[in-house]
Design a protein around this ligand. Structure first.
Ligand SMILES: [Zn+2]
Ligand SMILES: [Zn+2]
Ligand SMILES: [Zn+2]
Length: 153
């Protein structure tokens, strides 16, 4: 059981790396056509950028299905780790940062403020090139320091 929990946690952490990597080299690379409307908002509820959720949802659900047909095996927990990361990503990126749903509007938590700041810096760049702050849940230390400094005032 501990092993399965570990697999889930490691997958979750690995997904932060994957999302950083995908964001930097794929979304701001050859799939910029899908990510562009996230930086240059267009009308409508959905963004082409949402297609990236599907891209991670497919392997995740396949792993969970095949990893649970007979008995639960490691594949199920890899799929679970991806799913949990997807949920965390959705809550942080779509809800907390971009407010696509009206939840937790008034959070003043230092970590959340640091995340928001870092992602704002990412969105300053409207172009494919020369971006910064491609990660999501892991924030560069300097934004933490800024956020906790301004919290103390
Ligand atoms: Zn971007
Ligand atoms: Zn973005
Ligand atoms: Zn964003």
């Amino acid at each position: 059981m501990i092993l399965f929990a570990l697999i889930t946690i490691v997958t979750f952490l690995f997904m932060e790396f994957m999302s950083w990597f995908t964001h930097k080299y794929v979304m701001h690379g050859f799939l910029w056509v899908l990510h562009e409307d996230h930086h240059v908002p267009q009308k409508g509820t959905f963004e082409k950028n949402d297609a990236f959720f599907l891209m991670f949802a497919i392997p995740s659900s396949l792993l969970m299905i095949f990893g649970s047909i007979n008995a639960l095996d490691y594949r199920f927990f890899i799929g679970l780790g991806i799913l949990l990361y997807g949920i965390a990503y959705f809550l942080v990126h779509e809800v907390l940062i971009h407010q696509r749903l009206p939840w937790f509007k008034r959070t003043n938590n230092v970590y959340f403020r640091a995340i928001r700041k870092a992602h704002k810096v990412h969105h300053k760049h409207l172009q494919k090139e020369e971006g910064e702050c491609f990660g999501m849940l892991l924030v560069p230390m300097k934004y933490f320091k800024e956020a906790s400094k301004s919290a103390k005032k």
